[in-house]
Design a protein around this ligand. Structure first.
Ligand SMILES: NC(=O)c1ccc[n+]([C@@H]2O[C@H](COP(=O)([O-])OP(=O)(O)OC[C@H]3O[C@@H](n4cnc5c(N)ncnc54)[C@H](O)[C@@H]3O)[C@@H](O)[C@H]2O)c1
Length: 287
């Protein structure tokens, strides 16, 4: 008899998890987006707002987050703009808490905050042939702090809220096609390789521990028309574009629409998807 009660309780518990879990209904759900003041984060915000998603918009530059919030408010959703640094554990806790206080739940966390600080690890001096310049620890650390640690802190704390709340949840890392390794980007490619792996590891751990309501996906964009690309070597960018089958940069709106698809298609989980327009090297698809 006792055994039967235990079995029935287990079934009831698992059913309630399933009910709380899938599928994700966009209209009325809540998304937290970091780096929401520009580029991909801003495009994702606008796209999700057009689907009825309420937004917590985080950016290091509060005025930029605020501008995004103002641009989406005519769409009939609520948007909360927060100035915060994703590399700070205290800031991460603060924006998750503020989002929960404002909306009472969290369904998506999309870690778009990112930086680029390109440079070769070693640059020999032309005259002497000796190493004249090294990739500075500052450039290394800034990229790792924002792209990797920032993603970790944002998604860890968002996942904690989702697990405790039991709402349908999706975590999104933003990797890059340069996760395969780009010269001049030892720092950036290393951070993006890690971001590509994160969804698989996170979901593996959720699976081990019976957390069923949260999925995780990574998005690995190719070269995308955002302010970030202005920080890149423009000759290198022009040369890279020759290898894009689509013949142009990816639009941030195209990435936003892929994220929407990931949100509603629950079969996409624990993986990283590339969106590049067909990046080919010397006539062959890279990889
Ligand atoms: N643009 C591309 O070609 C491209 C390609 C692949 C991947 N990505 C990735 O997409 C993400 C978004 O890039 P983007 O092109 O939109 O860049 P962007 O520079 O246009 O926007 C990045 C935003 O992140 C914010 N930010 C930076 N550091 C922050 C911090 N510490 N805390 C909070 N916010 C911070 C910035 O203020 C900015 O608003 C990044 O992770 C980037 O690496 C971009």
């Amino acid at each position: 008899m006792l055994q039967r009660i235990i079995i029935l309780t287990r079934i009831a518990t698992s059913l309630s998890i399933v009910q709380k879990g899938y599928p994700m209904v966009l209209n009325g759900s809540v998304a937290l987006i970091t780096g929401a003041g520009n580029g991909i984060g801003q495009a994702v915000a606008r796209h999700l707002a057009s689907k009825g998603v309420h937004l917590v918009l985080v950016d290091r530059v509060e005025a930029d987050a605020q501008k995004t919030a103002e641009s989406v408010s005519p769409m009939g959703i609520k948007a909360l703009a927060i100035g915060a640094d994703v590399t700070s554990e205290a800031d991460t806790a603060r924006f998750i808490e503020a989002g929960l206080k404002a909306f009472g739940k969290l369904n998506m966390a999309i870690a778009c905050a990112g930086v680029i600080r390109d440079g070769l690890m070693l640059s020999p001096d032309k005259a002497t042939g000796k190493i004249g310049k090294k990739l500075g620890l500052d450039k290394w650390q800034q990229v790792i702090d924002v792209n990797l640690t920032g993603t970790f802190l944002t998604l860890r704390d968002a996942a904690e809220a989702m697990a405790n709340g039991g709402w349908p949840g999706l975590l999104v890392t933003i990797s890059s096609v340069n996760k395969v390794g780009q010269v001049g980007q030892l720092n950036y490619s290393s951070s993006k390789a890690a971001c590509a792996l994160m969804p698989k590891i996170m979901v593996g751990e959720f699976h081990m521990r019976g957390i069923r309501n949260i999925r995780a996906v990574g998005i690995a964009p190719g070269y995308t028309a955002t302010p970030m690309l202005t920080g890149m070597n423009q000759d290198a960018l022009a040369s890279i574009l020759k290898d894009v089958h689509l013949g142009r940069l990816i639009e941030p709106t195209e990435i936003a629409s892929l994220i929407e698809h990931c949100a509603v298609n629950e079969a996409i989980n624990a993986t990283t998807l590339e969106i590049t327009g067909g990046l080919c090297y010397a006539g062959a698809i890279a990889k």
